[in-house]
Each structure stands twice: as structure tokens, then as C-alpha cells.
Design a protein around this ligand. Sequence first.
Ligand code: EPU
Length: 418
Amino acid sequence: METLFIKGGRKLGGELDIVTAKNALLPILAGSIISDKNVILKKVAKFSDVMYMVKILESLGVEAKFEGDTLILSPKHAYAHVVKDEYTKKVRSSVFLLGPLLSRFGNAKIAYPGGCNIGNRPINLHIKGLEALGVKIEEKHGYIICDGKNMSAGEVHLDFPSVGTTENLMMASVRLKGVTTIYNCAREPEIEDLQNFLNSIGCKVSGAGSSTIVITGVESFKDCEYQPIHDRIVAGTYLIACAMCGGNILLKGCEKKYNQALIQKLKQSGAIVEDLGKDIEIKSNGKLKSIPSIETQPYPGFPTDLQNQILAMQTITKGTSVVVENLYESRFKICNELLRMGADITIKDRMAIINGVERLYGANVVASDLRGGAGLVLAGLVADGYTTVEDIYHIDRGYLSIEEDFCKLNAEIQRIRD
Ligand code: EPU
């Protein structure tokens, strides 16, 4: 068992390179199986979720080799179209393989991805979207079995702008003869990144970043070399940390445009955020005003993946804040742990009401999911005394080495291995 041991109360300082995005890497890795040509991915951040996705690709016959942080994928000899439950249990995003496998092999069989700690996470929209493209889907013995022999290009209207569904449908359509149009798409930057990747392997996709994406089917593909975008959630987590702890940090290789919703809130709290082109600088004296209302929304609204971190910040700001979680029903688990650190929080359904307190106190707390775990680390960094965070394997799913990053930023934090 590994835990993080944090001595709170230090101001942050220094600079840090921001890694490539987990949520861009996962669909891109899935998409690498679409063609039989080689894919070279640069600066691959080895998050635990990413490494599992690489293992899944290997189980499907893709050759994968790391040279430093460059990943060379040779999907030429991929043969299998079955993703077993030992994998789908570990990485929910294995559902992203449905589209690529259908595209490459004309069929796909994937063990049903389980729920997860932030809520039920159904896949009905993925299924409905694929059915609209003519895929016949059966759910049997815990597997989703997709038969794509009658797939054809056409129009799909999503009931909700789901990120994963948008990505799956884009990848399912790239070989279909004619033009496929997807309406009411999610607009997250990672979707635009997937479009850029797909086009670099020879696909014809346009419109990502807007709510309508157009895919023209192609027959041939090419080798590609691609570097995914930076992780806006990792960057956002560290911006919030600096706002809370006080100090001055420079985050390199991350663009402000992807974090506009957060930056507006940080400025509202009193932090100073500078746009330096490819870098972001934040300065804070640690004395923050509460943000009266924060509501999670699909991009470009406030991201659910930064909700727990900004909620942790609200516990030590001056005034009252209301945080509404619209995407996941169980994304307030962090609150019980924050209460143990002295926070004043009341939960009503999908709303958390937070009255800022003078200070948090270090405590033993347990991470119950990825972003909640990150939120607890931030609370520990600002709290009086010592905090230990348990079950940090959740945090490792989306932060490469959170303790090394924060040490570079002048915090006192270490990983303890039992
Ligand atoms: N939903 C359905 N049915 C579906 C698909 C989604 O009801 O078929 C619901 C979900 O239950 C959720 C909402 O729609 O309530 C949004 O889900 P979406 O499909 O947009 O999310 P996702 O593709 O499963 C990605 C990220 C998540 C991030 C969300 C929202 C990846 C690998 N994951 O998930 O990231 O929270 O978009 O922005 O891209 C994280 O990194 O911590 C994380 C959970």
C-alpha cells in the first residue's frame, strides 16, 4: 500500500512542464488500431490508465515499444477484436475501442465496463450512436457484441454531448463510404486532438471543437508521428494548488485557452493569472475570496474533472460557495474526508454548500477516486500539520507522479511505500 505524506503550510514556487493529457492519449491509443500503419506517439505520459490501454492493445496483437517517452505502435498484425473483462474492469475507457475495432475488423466484442467510484457511467449513448450507423448490438454474458457488417455512413444526433460517444463514433466512421455527420457533439479539446491524430493517419475529419463533426470515409492510411496536447486537468489542479497555498508558479507547455472557465474563477478569488503564450503563470497571496457559484458543465463550461479540487479550495476561502455537480452523481465523496480536516460543508443532492474556515488541519484521509484524491492532496498542502492520503493508486491514474511535481514546486510531500 502506498500513501502520500504531506507537511502543509508551504508557499509554492518554481516551474513545471505539463505532461500530455490522459484523456487525449486514451482515445488516440484506441484509434491506433484503426489502420495497419505504424503510429509513433511522442511525449507519452505513462499514467497507469495509459499503460493499461497499451496492455489492451498488446492483447489485441498490436506491437508496442517505448523508447523513453516515445511509444511506437505497430498495429499491422492486430488480429483480435475481443476485449476481456480483466481489462475493462481496470480501464473504463476500453469502451473507446468499440469504434476502432468496428472500423478495422467490422466487428467488436468488449466486456461491459463496470460502474466506477464517481457514479454509474452507463454506455447507452455509445450503443445508440453505433446503432444509428447500422451496427447490430447484442448484450450477452457480460459482453457487448457489435456486428458492423451493415454499417453505413449517415447522420447521428447525440442526446447529450458525451465525450466518449463522440470519440467512438468519429473512429467508427472513418472508413465508411460517404459522409457521416455527428450532431450535438462534445467540444472538449481532446476531441479536436483526436481529430488531428486521425487526420495524421490519413482520415478526413473536420468540425471537432464545434458541435457538428463531419467524417468522410477513406480507404487508405499512412504512418504517422503525433504528439498529443497537454493535460489541462493536471495544469488546472496545480493552478488551484498555488491559488490555495499562495506563491508564484510557472506551468510550461500549457495553453490558457483550454482552462478559461477555471482561470476566470481563480481571478474572481483574487489570484493573478498571466497568459505567457505556451506557459501560464499564477501568483497568489493565499488569501482568497469565495466563489459564490460553481457549476460543472460540458466544455467550455467548468470541468467536472476540476470540481473536487476547486471545492477543496473553497473550504479555506472567505465566504460561502455553492458547488453544483451536473455530470456525475457521486462526485462529492471527497467531502467526508475534508470534514475530517475541519471543513464546513453541507451536501444536498448534487449541491455542496461550503462555508470557508480559517484553516484546515492535517488528518489521515483516503482517496476514493482520481480527482477526489487530487483534491485531498491540495487540502493537505494548505492544512496545518501533517496529512496522509491513502489509496493513492486512484491518483496515479491521472497524475504521473504528483509528489515529484509538488516537490519541484517547493511543497513538502513524499510517497511512503509499505
Ligand atoms: N453518459 C451516459 N451514457 C453514455 C455516456 C455518458 O449517460 O453512454 C453520461 C455519463 O454517465 C456522465 C456524462 O454522460 O454523467 C458525461 O460522460 P461522457 O461520456 O462525456 O464522459 P466520458 O467520455 O466517459 C470523459 C473523461 C472523464 C470526464 C468526462 C467529462 C476520458 C477518458 N474520460 O469521460 O474524465 O470526466 O469525459 O468531461 O476522456 C477523469 O479524467 O477524471 C475523468 C473521469
